[in-house]
Write a protein that binds this ligand. Structure first.
Ligand code: ADP
Ligand code: MG
Length: 145
């Protein structure tokens, strides 16, 4: 199933993320794809807020995974954009996160397709400049659910 949301401000994108965070259950899994500056971090900050995380959340630029423990359940925030090969994920012990007791979100999950859980939601954020600078289309596709 595929759901499409449209937002016209960072606040709306944040609010959508927050709803997902509020509804999240342990072992929920999201991938997140979208060009630079499209709102992935805004969306992720919403998710973290929905989980009750108070710590500031940013892009995990220098680490593949950033763990936030301060909320209702752990939040495992991955960015695999710069991953060299799948072995790096093995070294990190990704399975402990993916099949653990928290919510995992993997930015650029398409780079590690072979490792993605069969049950997950894929999120794509896109601009459409014809609809304005602040317009975003957010497509959430359920896979195996
Ligand atoms: P990314 O992490 O994808 O590189 P960021 O979340 O860091 O992107 O930045 C998104 C930028 O776009 C922010 O400056 C934000 O204010 C702006 N923006 C404008 N409209 C929206 C919108 N509808 N949703 C999300 N961000 C928006
Ligand atoms: Mg970002």
């Amino acid at each position: 199933m595929e759901r499409i949301y449209e937002t016209n401000s960072p606040q709306e994108t944040y609010a959508l993320g927050r709803r997902l965070g509020e509804d999240a259950k342990p072992q929920d899994f999201y991938t997140l794809i979208g060009d630079l500056g499209v709102g992935k971090t805004v969306f992720t900050q919403g998710i973290a807020a929905g989980l009750g995380i108070k710590e500031p959340v940013n892009s995990p630029t220098f680490t593949v995974v950033q763990v936030y423990e301060g909320g209702r359940m752990p939040f495992y925030h991955f960015d695999v954009y710069r991953i060299g090969d799948i072995e790096e994920m093995e070294e990190i012990g990704y399975e402990d996160y993916f099949y653990g007791d928290g919510l995992s979100m993997v930015e650029w999950g398409n780079y590690i397709k072979e490792l993605l859980p069969e049950r997950r939601r894929d999120i794509l954020i896109e601009k459409d400049l014809q609809k304005g600078f602040d317009y975003r289309r957010i497509t959430i596709t359920e896979v195996g659910i």
